[in-house]
Design a protein around this ligand. Structure first.
Ligand code: HSE
Length: 436
């Protein structure tokens, strides 16, 4: 039986999960692939020993040893970060090793260089685990949806943010309290910035857009807003209006230009994504032939992410076995068909909006605010004023009909500058009921 040998750099949560999946599923994988896929070496500077079931695996502190080992076919990078990980991946490729990684930050920020190195060295790179943990999103785009023009991508791609918003919605607790609780339970990182500020979601959107549309795109192309401004009062009003607040990645394909945005969104309760709660992820694609596809599952965690890493290892091992490397282009489109594309300017976005304006409770304030909105062509669907808070401040809640983003930004700048406005207005975009 054909033998394919693997080494892992980084034996943290995902690294140890990958080793465990390989161990537990070895027989099943042999039956499905006809290949013995062996974990030969693990490199990690902070680990002194491997678990008992990995007694035949060599542990080293020097990743360099793996690149020069003639027996190793596939190197799995699971250290994260964008500096050392990049060096290791490029070195592995220069030594003719195939690479598997879960590193979304690296791919979305330095993908072009890494994919070019893979092509130049005639090796494969697999990155299923970089988006949506255990959910086979990448393979679905590359293979299952190969006969489709992807018309839109919309998804909840960060479990930490979704967990926080779900807890805020279900228990009425504020953002800071839920975040602290999530950190104590180990659901949120000690530094949760990437998760709560939408950057991790944007990294994932960059990868999916590249594959869905065959386009060159970078993190700078994505308009990003996080969830830290959201308060229980916004969640309550969203509920009253029939929405749930979700951190969504959204991209619609208009042919000559495509949207790329990540922001909190009021999602109608009837929408498929509104029911995705807790640490779960869900990504909705529309294809011109298949129409709607929703993929749902655990976007993080040791075993789900390990499962995705191992799926890439098995794919590469099969290609080695059958002598058909790069049978499926790693970015779905052939490199010569990946081109730049225009990003739809955020200013041109049209959708309904929610505003929470904090203002002094004085005669004439509401008419001043609605006058500003009217001058910018923004039409109100409903207005709610709640009782006074401290020092005479009241929240005014407004829901608009569809409006243009640039008009909204200009109007809110004027409203925020009023002497009666006591805090920056919270604005949340609303997904229209009829939107895919
Ligand atoms: N930190 C991510 C999340 C998982 O909370 O979903 C890895 O992408």
């Amino acid at each position: 039986m054909k033998e394919v040998n693997v080494a892992i750099i980084g034996f943290g949560t995902v690294g140890s999960g990958t080793a465990q999946v390989m161990y537990e599923q070895a027989e099943r994988i042999r039956k499905r692939s006809g290949i013995n896929i062996n974990l030969r070496k693990v490199a990690d500077i902070a680990v002194d020993s491997l678990p008992a079931h990995l007694s035949n695996v060599e542990l080293t502190r020097d990743a360099g040893e793996l690149f020069n080992d003639q027996e190793i076919d596939i190197i799995v990078e699971l250290i994260g970060g964008t500096t050392l990980a990049k060096t290791f991946i490029l070195q592995a490729m220069e030594h003719g090793k195939h690479v598997v990684t879960a590193n979304k930050a690296l791919l979305s920020e330095h993908g072009r260089e890494i994919f070019a190195a893979a092509a130049a060295n005639e090796v494969e790179i697999g990155f299923e685990a970089s988006v949506g943990g255990g959910i086979p999103l990448i393979k679905s785009l590359k293979e299952g949806l190969v006969a489709n023009k992807i018309m839109s991508i919309m998804g909840i791609m960060n479990g930490t943010a979704n967990y926080i918003l779900t807890r805020m919605t279900d228990h009425g607790v504020n953002f800071t309290e839920v975040l602290k609780d999530a950190q104590e339970k180990g659901f949120a990182e000690a530094d949760p910035t990437y998760d709560i500020e939408g950057i991790d979601t944007a990294h994932k959107l960059v990868i999916l857009m590249t594959m869905a549309y065959g386009m060159n795109i970078g993190l700078d192309d994505v308009a990003i807003e996080g969830i830290s401004r959201i308060q229980p009062v916004d969640i309550d009003f969203a509920g009253d209006f029939g929405y749930r607040i979700k951190l969504l990645a959204i991209s619609r394909n208009y042919g000559d230009h495509v949207e790329a945005r990540v922001h909190p969104t009021m999602v109608p309760e009837s929408h498929m994504l509104a029911g995705i709660n807790g640490a779960y992820n869900g990504v909705h694609f529309t294809g011109d032939m298949v129409e709607d596809v929703l993929l749902y599952g655990l976007g993080a965690g040791k075993m789900p992410t390990g499962s995705a890493v191992v799926a890439d290892i098995v794919d590469i091992a099969r290609n080695i076995n059958y002598g058909c490397l790069n049978r499926v282009p790693c970015l779905s489109y052939l490199p010569e068909h990946i081109s730049p594309r225009q990003i739809t300017p955020m200013a041109e976005l049209r959708c309904p909006y929610y505003f929470r304006i904090s203002t002094l409770d004085k005669p004439g304030v509401l008419s001043t605010i609605s006058g500003i909105l009217g001058r910018h062509g923004i039409s109100l669907e409903s207005v709610i004023q709640k009782g006074r808070e401290q020092q005479g401040t009241v929240p005014i809640i407004m829901r608009t009909y569809e409006a243009r983003e640039d008009a909204v930004q200009d109007a809110l700048a004027e409203i925020n500058a009023l002497p009666t406005t006591t805090a920056e207005t919270v604005m949340i975009r609303i997904l229209a009921d009829n939107e895919e």
